[in-house]
Design a binder for this molecule. Structure first.
Ligand SMILES: [Zn+2]
Ligand SMILES: [Zn+2]
Length: 531
């Protein structure tokens, strides 16, 4: 039941934290007199600083790195379907990176995948993800770096919601319902958004070889808590009736049916607690109608069609597009038109894969259409990087990472290749990589990307907090050249305008004078705190 899974998750998180984050070699530190320390900020401590950073103070390095990232993001193009990374660290949030939370926005719908601690802050940092507009949250597993932020986020959503909005749909493995219910009820959280939890029943524990799960804690008290206090949903604390128990289909995967235009299925991941990854698929769109071919036929049949009861003969255009590919329409004058003769090839829908924490995501592959994925979001918790791993080989790092149910960039690239992905976005990085915009931090992420590129020829990006990745993006010029993309381009342009408007509106908000910068650059996270 819920508490046992959540409790086990806490233990595993602590164990994983202790094992994953080997302290980096200590650097010699000089005592700097206070006056001098305030006068100049020391360079960031991320190792492997690139040449261009030498001589720059931390603030200047961050400014340059931020400009670099903006430039890179702008070059990604635009799309009406976007993935925004709200937190890209594993284990614990730091002052430079949030933990797992990723949004997918499409067709007026906002979905979140995971809600690690501090997700409500990250959502507010993004001007693209509006807390009041979150429709669904998909939780991959109950480890704290994917779920500690959920109760707080539900309250933030509740405070920004319009009365009468449909309840937020929360999906995830068993235990999620009781975890969220208990958190909101025991904390008297009366501002939580109306929500329902749809649990995926029977997600198996696919533990890495050699991993022995701890026994479930607090079994007795969990049962009493449930019986006495937590047995039913309580709408005073947000939870509505109607949460479903979703059982696996015959192929062992789950079909979720959330509100929105995308179909979603889930499959189990190899990890240290029951964990799933999600595949979101856009429906195929009908090809372009050859109007020049159909119009003359329609014109000479217009009167006869009206007499036959078709008040608007142009409705035949829609009818032709909606027919099956080999279906034929016969006009009153006997002209027979096969759909394939007047409608171009259907435009395949896009596919986004969001993996949970995993050492092996291959159970997701059968859920993909033959054309593969457009974007794969895959964890890359640890990579072999110096100086941290100077005494280890690639194979040793990969083996230790997999033993804890995680992946290296190379393992992520292997999956992306099998998924025929057009773009691999890496995330869930060890907190030992600081992940801010200083040039040295970007250099670390560049090395992680390079490591993935060795096994994968398509686009690779090591995500950073608040990066927005357009799905199957096209630059305006590219899209304009491609027949049939006009509609998608129009939506993409609308998205750009919306973004520009939001940025402009944000810049008008009076900003409090910032406090004096810290005398010291934020330190790289050396150890993780177990909770
Ligand atoms: Zn995690
Ligand atoms: Zn995990």
């Amino acid at each position: 039941m819920a508490s046992s899974s959540a409790g086990r998750a806490l233990l595993c998180l602590a164990a994983t934290a202790a094992l994953l984050h080997t302290p980096a070699p200590r650097r010699a530190r000089h005592r700097v007199p206070p006056a001098r320390a305030a006068a100049r900020m020391p360079p960031p401590e991320e190792p492997g600083a690139p040449e261009e950073e030498s001589g720059l103070d931390y603030a200047a390095s961050v400014a340059l790195g931020t400009a670099k990232r903006r430039e890179r993001e702008a070059a990604l193009g635009a799309s009406d379907m976007e993935v925004t990374f709200l937190g890209t660290a594993s284990c614990v949030p730091s002052i430079t990176r949030g933990v797992s939370c990723t949004s997918l926005r499409y067709d007026g719908t906002t979905w979140l995948f995971d809600a690690g601690e501090g997700s409500q802050i990250q959502v507010q940092r993004s001007h693209l993800v509006h807390p009041g507009k979150v429709d669904a949250i998909f939780v991959t597993h109950l480890h704290g770096d994917h779920s500690f932020g959920l109760p707080g986020l539900m309250c933030l959503i509740g405070q920004n919601r319009v009365k009468g909005d449909a309840p937020v749909e929360v999906f995830g493995p068993q235990g999620l319902r009781l975890y969220l219910r208990a958190s909101l009820k025991l904390t008297h959280a009366r501002v939580a958004a109306p929500y329902v939890v749809h649990e995926l029943v029977g997600v198996p524990l696919l533990a890495p070889p050699g991993f022995r799960p701890p026994p479930p804690p607090f079994k007795q008290s969990e049962t009493q808590l449930e019986r006495n206090f937590l047995a039913d949903p309580d709408k005073n604390f947000g939870e509505q009736r109607g949460g479903r128990d979703i059982r696996p289909d015959a192929d062992g995967a789950w079909t979720l049916a959330p509100r929105g235009a995308l179909a979603v299925r889930a499959a189990p991941m190899r990890h240290t607690v029951p964990c799933v990854g999600y595949v979101a698929v856009e429906p195929d769109k009908a090809g372009t109608l050859d109007v020049a071919k159909v119009e003359p036929i329609l014109a000479r049949n217009a009167e006869a069609l009206k007499e036959a009861g078709v008040k608007e003969p142009k409705r035949i255009f829609r009818l032709l597009k909606d027919m099956a590919r080999d279906q034929t329409f016969t006009f009153p004058d006997g002209t027979a038109l096969k759909r394939s003769e007047c409608v171009g090839e259907d435009k395949p829908g896009r596919v986004v894969v969001v993996c949970g924490d995993t050492a092996d995501a291959s159970a997701l592959l059968p859920l993909l259409p033959p054309r593969g994925a457009d974007v794969v979001v895959h964890e890359a918790t640890n990579a072999r990087l110096e100086p941290w791993d100077a005494d280890k080989t690639d194979a040793e790092v990969a083996e230790a990472t997999a033993a804890h149910g995680h992946s290296t960039p190379t393992m992520a690239a292997r999956f992306a290749k099998l998924a025929a992905a057009k773009c691999l976005a890496l995330t869930h990085f060890s907190p030992r990589y600081r992940g801010d915009s200083a040039l040295s931090s970007i250099s670390t992420m560049d090395k992680i990307e390079a490591s993935a590129r060795q096994g994968f020829d398509e686009d690779v990006i090591a995500a950073w907090d608040l990066l927005t990745l357009p799905v199957n993006a096209k630059t305006v010029e590219e899209a304009a050249r491609r027949e049939g993309d006009a509609e998608r381009l129009a939506v993409a342009d609308a998205v750009r305008k919306e973004r520009a408007k939001a940025t402009a509106a944000k810049s008008k908000v009076p900003v409090r004078k910032p406090r004096a910068p810290p005398a010291k650059a934020p330190p790289a996270r050396r150890t993780a705190t177990a909770r």
